[in-house]
Design a protein around this ligand. Structure first.
Ligand code: GUN
Length: 287
């Protein structure tokens, strides 16, 4: 039977630490970290994520402002807003909630964000920094996964880590962070041959494919740590991950539940990045 990793508890402890650091920063430097959250259109899932991010900021003492734009916003209007936020002194982090409505060029919007305010770590220069290992920010979800592994003292060095999914947001940076921790990393995708066999060879299996119940018990090595990054709806409309909990839980050594596993960590890491951005801007001002 797998030990369930309680992402809510780990996230709460990370957030408490951030709140303390924010308070100390206000006291010592008179600076409050600030996050601008931009949401375009009316996607209900995005609305929920943005609300949760704003609430988490408030709880940590981080100033946040929301820019809710209509789905009819033009590329130029959105880029203009990002550029205004780039110049805004009280804003340390800029988060443009994805996906953007059809017709808007996500890549161009991300590239318009000042890299020192790119708390998602999606900008090309931050992606390059992660590759080299000289980074200011780590992408929130993969960083949250690493934090969960640490919380259970799950050793990565020398272990076979299999990442299923190769998105820029999760799969690719996840693989890189596991590599930085000296894991032996395999990235799987839709063209991978004999995916179940590759997954079965994993000591640490991270799934980020976005398909409900995709990872089944026969794909898991007994005792493996299984990290479920999926956020899907099952046939009854119930929130579920990529992992088929019923068949994997008896086989795995560790398992992250959905909800309550990786999800809460993503927000905690966003706060951590916003604090890091504020520190970066404080230092730049001293120069
Ligand atoms: N949409 C889903 N996850 C994310 C995220 O981590 N950052 C942003 N900006 N949009 C998202």
């Amino acid at each position: 039977m797998a030990k369930l990793i309680d992402g809510k508890a780990v996230a709460a402890s990370v957030r408490a630490g951030i709140a303390q650091e924010v308070a100390a920063m206000q006291e010592n430097d008179g600076v409050t970290p600030g996050l601008a959250v931009v949401i375009v259109g009316d996607d209900p899932a995005s609305r929920t994520y943005v609300n949760n991010k704003k609430k988490a900021c408030a709880e940590a003492g981080i100033y946040s402002e929301e820019y809710a734009l209509p789905a009819t916003t033009t590329q130029q209007e959105l880029v203009d807003l990002v550029q205004t936020l780039n110049r805004k002194q009280d804003i340390d982090g800029i988060l443009v909630q994805l996906p953007l409505p059809k017709g808007l060029d996500e890549k161009a919007v991300i590239e318009a964000i000042d890299p020192s305010k790119d708390v998602d770590a999606f900008h090309e220069s931050n992606v390059g920094r992660i590759m080299i290992g000289n980074f200011h920010f780590l992408p929130c979800t993969p960083a949250g996964v690493m934090e969960l592994l640490r919380s259970e003292n799950i050793e990565v060095a020398g272990k076979h880590c299999v990442v299923v999914g190769r998105s820029n947001i999760v799969g690719k940076p996840m693989a890189m962070l596991l590599l930085h921790s000296n894991g032996t990393v395999t990235i799987c995708h839709s063209k991978t041959q004999d995916l179940p066999a590759v997954c079965r060879s994993a000591d640490i299996l991270v799934s980020a494919v976005g398909k409900a119940k995709f990872i089944t018990g026969d794909m898991v090595k007994p005792g493996a740590a299984v990290i479920d990054v999926g956020m899907n709806r099952d046939e009854n409309g119930k929130l579920c991950g990529d992992v088929d909990f019923a068949s994997v839980e008896p086989v795995a050594g560790y398992l992250t539940p959905v909800p309550g596993g990786v999800g809460p960590m993503t927000i905690a890491m966003l706060l951590k990045n916003t604090l890091a951005a504020a520190k970066l801007h404080c230092k730049a001002e001293e120069k």
